[in-house]
Write a protein that binds this ligand. Structure first.
Ligand code: CDP
Length: 196
């Protein structure tokens, strides 16, 4: 069975948590596509060459989840040749037998426009900054909020594959939802589509 769930949204909207929970519930494979961009950025050197030579080991670096890696990823992610170099891997992953859930910025619009379920997960910038600031356990909330706003703008305003909801995506605002509530809503959508 092939079944693809595409989850997009800005930083700390909850898309990764929802993607992992759906993968667990339905036995789907999960790909955090942001990790690919983070790994390319942290590899250094020419980013397009880094994308072409990306290997499994690059994805296990300990520093990929830092705020700095997220910031660096959003800079290199604006390079069209780099995005093109990562496209085939993501599409192959999406087509794998047994179902797949991919989360990122352009999954429903560019990578998997035919996905069976598309979710666009949002939350207010203040809520997202608070989540990231608490995860980091250091630094100032104001600085993190500023970073969130800058990264949102960069991701939404780039010419190639900007962050935006696909026309047929379901919007899920997690600002006032607990993780359990957000996951329950996403799970219901997938279950409804699977039972069709
Ligand atoms: O976890 P968080 O939402 O903060 O970031 P991420 O999903 O790991 O993505 C880091 C950066 O990679 C984003 O700000 C985007 O610029 C870029 N990205 C992208 O362009 N396309 C994707 N499918 C995934 C990430």
């Amino acid at each position: 069975m092939q079944f693809t769930v595409a989850i997009d949204g800005p930083a700390a909207s909850g898309k990764g948590t929802i993607a992992r929970a759906l993968a667990d519930s339905f036995g789907f494979a999960h790909l955090d596509t942001g990790l690919l961009y983070r790994a390319v950025a942290m590899k250094g050197g020419d980013p397009v060459a880094a994308a072409h030579s990306l290997c499994a080991e690059d994805l296990t670096r300990g520093d990929l989840r830092t705020l700095a890696a997220g910031e660096a990823a959003s800079r290199v992610a604006a390079i069209p040749e780099l995005r093109a170099a990562l496209t085939e891997f993501q599409r192959d992953f999406a087509r794998r037998e047994g179902g797949a859930v991919l989360d990122g910025r352009d999954i429903g619009t560019v990578i998997c426009p035919g996905a069976d379920v598309k979710l666009f997960v949002i939350a207010s910038p203040e809520t997202r900054a608070r989540r990231r600031w608490q995860e980091a356990g250091a630094g100032s909330y104001e600085a993190v909020l500023e970073q969130v706003r800058t990264r949102d703008a960069r991701d939404m305003e780039r010419a190639d594959a900007p962050l935006r909801p696909a026309d047929d995506a379901v919007l899920l605002d997690t600002t006032d939802l607990s993780i359990a509530e957000a996951v329950a809503q996403a799970r219901a959508l997938v279950a409804a589509r699977l039972s069709r």
